[in-house]
Design a protein around this ligand. Structure first.
Ligand SMILES: NC(=O)c1ccc[n+]([C@@H]2O[C@H](COP(=O)([O-])OP(=O)(O)OC[C@H]3O[C@@H](n4cnc5c(N)ncnc54)[C@H](O)[C@@H]3O)[C@@H](O)[C@H]2O)c1
Ligand SMILES: O=C(O)C(=O)C[C@@H](O)[C@H](O)[C@H](O)COP(=O)(O)O
Ligand SMILES: [Zn+2]
Length: 356
């Protein structure tokens, strides 16, 4: 088992990675939580695969487990589903001594995480990510949220988990499209850092390669994310780098009406923003080509879909990285050398060439 430390001031925790760890959930959770009542939240794809096993392991370690399910998909990252889950927890008598465990992909982690952050103003949280995206990115760092209509992650909170348990074996049951979309976030992290991750990414040319190296990929991606989050938990500055590709990515994801998965949209967003910065002479063409090549190698989309330019622009301007009339855009000077450029909101359309 690999153990990574996330040394956040006032809330340090560990990420435990290892094949088959799911069956040890009870003892791993018991090591950080006193025996307590637990809300085990999963979507209806993950629940039939893993919820019973995890609930049984928790029960054996003395936890009282209530299992909750919601319909799989981004549309469930909503206030309605949040309310339904909270209503069930109220009926089951949950209080501040109790905890929430998110067992599933990034949607489950964000939704159950926000449930934990808001139920009675805050319960303890543990993340057990089962998709590649959740294992390499969303389970670590404490961002939780729901969407409002087509506005991504607009209601949310920072709530660091007390533990993250990663069992790479769960990736065996992921649909290929879901595995590959998670890899979009891997290329993002690899582009941001010149750690060993970029070298590994250069060897990955198929979904089978992703699966083969999943454990190492998670370890390297989380190490980088932990460093960034330790330095800037609430995204005052440095953490904005983790949003590379997301300004245009979130806009096209939201406007695709469920047509694009998050990681696919991030792939499109990274290439789109890199092309913009290449045109401005700030990202070398070779870097844009390398990123594109790594994404295309596993079958990720990179072309901007045909969408209303004005709608993209409106979403882009509402990005959370806009402050004081400026929008912060992330770009790569080189692989492993990200930069932040602040552009006046009135200039964003011209800068991004989003003029209709
Ligand atoms: N909080 C963060 O830091 C952060 C970071 C990145 C992305 N996100 C969010 O994460 C979400 C995307 O996450 P995602 O791609 O995991 O989506 P998801 O949770 O919808 O999972 C994708 C699909 O895979 C299925 N699935 C998950 N694990 C499985 C398994 N082991 N076997 C079979 N099926 C499985 C799910 O049921 C779903 O159908 C987006 O909402 C995005 O905004 C959050
Ligand atoms: O952890 C972070 O910080 C990130 O930005 C990771 C992103 O991959 C993730 O999609 C995040 O949820 C985006 O957050 P938002 O603040 O742009 O809504
Ligand atoms: Zn993301």
């Amino acid at each position: 088992m690999e153990i990574l430390d996330v040394n956040i001031i006032n809330h340090p925790y560990q990420v435990k990675i290892g094949e088959g760890l799911l069956k040890n959930t009870g003892e791993l959770v018991a090591a950080v939580w006193p025996t307590r009542k637990v809300a085990l939240v999963s979507d209806d794809n993950v629940a039939p695969l893993y919820q019973e096993q995890v609930a049984a392991s928790l029960s054996q370690s003395g936890f009282q487990v209530f299992t909750y399910q919601f319909k799989a998909g981004e549309e469930s990252k909503s206030l309605i589903v949040l309310g339904e889950l909270a209503t069930q927890m109220t009926a089951d008598g949950f209080n501040r001594d109790d905890g929430v465990i998110a067992l599933g992909g990034g949607v489950t982690g964000d939704l159950a995480g926000f449930l934990a952050a808001t139920y009675m103003r805050g319960l303890a949280l543990i993340q057990i990510p089962t998709s590649l995206l959740a294992q390499v990115d969303s389970s670590v760092g404490g961002k939780t949220a729901v969407d409002l209509g087509t506005t991504k992650n607009i209601l949310g909170s920072f709530l660091q988990p007390d533990l993250v348990i990663i069992d790479p074996n769960t990736l065996q049951t992921l649909e290929q499209r879901d595995l590959v979309e998670g890899y979009g976030e891997v290329v993002k992290v690899a582009g941001l850092t010149d750690h060993d991750l970029w070298q590994l990414v250069e060897t990955i040319n198929s979904p089978a390669d992703i699966l083969e190296h999943a454990e190492k990929i998670s370890e390297l991606a989380i190490k980088y994310k932990a460093e960034v989050v330790e330095a800037d938990e609430k995204e005052g500055g440095l953490r904005q780098l983790l949003n590379f590709g997301h300004t245009i990515g979130h806009a096209v994801e939201a406007l695709s009406d469920g047509g694009l998965r998050h990681g696919e949209a991030v792939a499109i967003g990274m290439v789109a923003i890199s092309e913009v910065f290449t045109n401005h002479g700030l990202t070398p063409q070779s870097v844009t080509d390398q990123l594109t090549d790594r994404l295309v190698a596993v079958g990720l989309p990179v072309a901007l879909p045909k969408l209303d330019t004005n709608k993209i622009l409106l979403k882009v301007k509402n990005d959370k990285k806009s402050h004081a009339g400026h929008l912060n855009l992330i770009y790569l000077k080189a692989i492993g050398s990200p930069e932040i450029k602040s552009v006046e909101l009135t200039e964003v359309a011209n800068f991004l060439n989003l003029v209709s």
